[in-house]
Design a protein around this ligand. Structure first.
Ligand code: NAP
Ligand code: F7E
Length: 351
């Protein structure tokens, strides 16, 4: 029997890798996308096959986590075996600018999804994209038993989603799990998260099209892993015999400064010559250090990450250097090309 999955946030970094993974496993994949005035599917275009053709396995549906009635109709119609709720306003700094919108999407959006599962009467397994940001001010190492202390509107919204997912598991006997994922990155990472901001800047500076990159707090420590490995962990959580919550992390923490050093070094440049401080990239409250303990996922799910932050910095620099070198040539991966078309002049000022 072909399994069916629904992914919210399929156009994002994780959604695109998860769709690839599930299609490779023979799933029929349904994705929720937001209607926009321009195409917003560049990360999944390479997976798309005209649904009129026989053998098409990826189906996209318009919808939004702010529209509960639409979610009920969709879930009842698709009747998925697995639901991955990845959609969110996912930028921590932006959540201070747009706290109410973040609460509505990243927090209330989750209860709309859970209610849609319950009201449509379908039997499905539910994955909630929880985050290491829940730990906030609690020092590392952090595991599933570490107390939460959110430090942003984003983290507070994710805290609500974490608990409501647990509550639906207990109240309605749903197979609902929280994946508490530490930062994970890739060449498809959004351009305003710090790793990708750095690796794009390194490529542009090396190519001579930019001189400096403006940054905020370089002392923050993050446990950066590789996104394709993390979506595999999400899938494993929904294949377990019983629902539980799991941390996915590498266990290796490095500072933003060290990431910068490795990234510039990869192309033979000294980061200190090209990095300038801009206070607009600071956050009103910062999360100083996140380093995860992945023992439960390793022992119960057999999940094992192989790429840590240092290797990731090199991998992402290589991808951005390559993308910039080949920009404009037809054979380059479209995912890479599209990100270079984004003019820096319109990049949000605080991210
Ligand atoms: P991302 O690249 O920012 O993708 C977010 C996705 O959510 C996009 O597809 C976006 O659609 C969609 N979305 C946003 N608002 C929506 C709404 N109101 N209705 C429907 N869809 C909406 O995020 P990601 O890095 O892939 O992360 C996936 C999830 O994991 C997020 O929930 C994030 O908060 C969480 N998480 C991420 C990390 C990490 O390090 N990456 C760590 C822990 C947890 P558009 O393309 O139209 O904008
Ligand atoms: O910041 C510092 C910044 O925006 C990392 C999301 O996926 O992971 C992500 O949240 C660190 C912070 O990610 C700049 O202050 C310095 O300490 O890449 P980031 P994040 O805030 O850790 C968690 C797990 C999620 O759940 C989120 O969805 O880098 N930093 N200078 C900077 N950050 C940015 N963005 N830009 C700077 O110029």
């Amino acid at each position: 029997m072909t399994k069916r999955a629904l992914i919210t946030g399929i156009t994002g970094q994780d959604g695109s890798y998860l769709a690839e993974l599930l299609l490779s496993k023979g799933y029929e994949v349904h994705g929720l996308i937001r209607r926009a005035s321009t195409f917003n599917t560049s990360r999944i275009d390479h997976l798309y096959v005209d649904p009129h053709l026989p053998g098409a396995k990826l189906f996209l549906h318009y919808g939004d986590l702010s529209d509960g009635a639409r979610l009920v109709t969709l879930l009842a119609g698709i009747d998925p075996d697995e639901v991955y709720n990845l959609a969110a306003q996912s930028h921590v700094r932006v959540s201070f600018d747009e706290p109410e919108h973040t609460a509505d999407t990243t927090g209330t959006g989750t209860i709309r999804m859970l209610e849609a599962v319950r009201l449509s009467g379908i039997k499905t397994r539910f994955y909630q994209a929880s985050s290491s940001e829940l730990y906030g001010a609690t020092p590392p190492p952090q595991n599933e038993d570490t107390p939460f202390y959110p430090r942003s509107p984003y983290a507070a919204a994710k805290l609500y989603s974490y608990w409501i997912t647990k509550n639906y598991r207990e109240a309605y006997d749903m197979f609902a799990v929280n994946g508490i994922l530490f930062n994970h990155e890739s060449p498809r990472r959004g351009e305003t998260f710090v790793t990708r901001k750095i690796t794009r800047a390194v490529a542009a500076i090396k190519a001579g099209v930019q001189d400096y990159v403006y940054m905020g707090n370089l002392d923050a420590v993050r446990d950066w892993g590789y996104a394709p490995e993390y979506v595999e962990g999400m899938w494993r959580m929904l294949q377990a015999d019983a629902p539980d919550d799991y941390v996915l992390a590498t266990g290796v923490g490095i500072t933003v400064r060290e990431f910068l050093e490795i990234a510039f070094d990869r192309v033979g440049l000294n980061w200190e010559d090209h990095v300038r401080f801009d206070e607009r990239y600071l956050r009103p409250t910062e999360v100083d250090a996140l380093i995860g303990d992945n023992t439960r996922a390793r022992t119960k799910l057999g999940w094992k990450p192989t790429v840590d932050g240092r290797e990731l910095a090199r991998l992402m620099v290589d991808a951005d250097v390559e993308a910039l070198e080949h920009a404009g040539r037809p054979w380059i991966d479209r995912v890479q090309l599209d990100s270079w078309r984004t003019p820096t002049a319109v990049a949000p000022v605080t991210a």
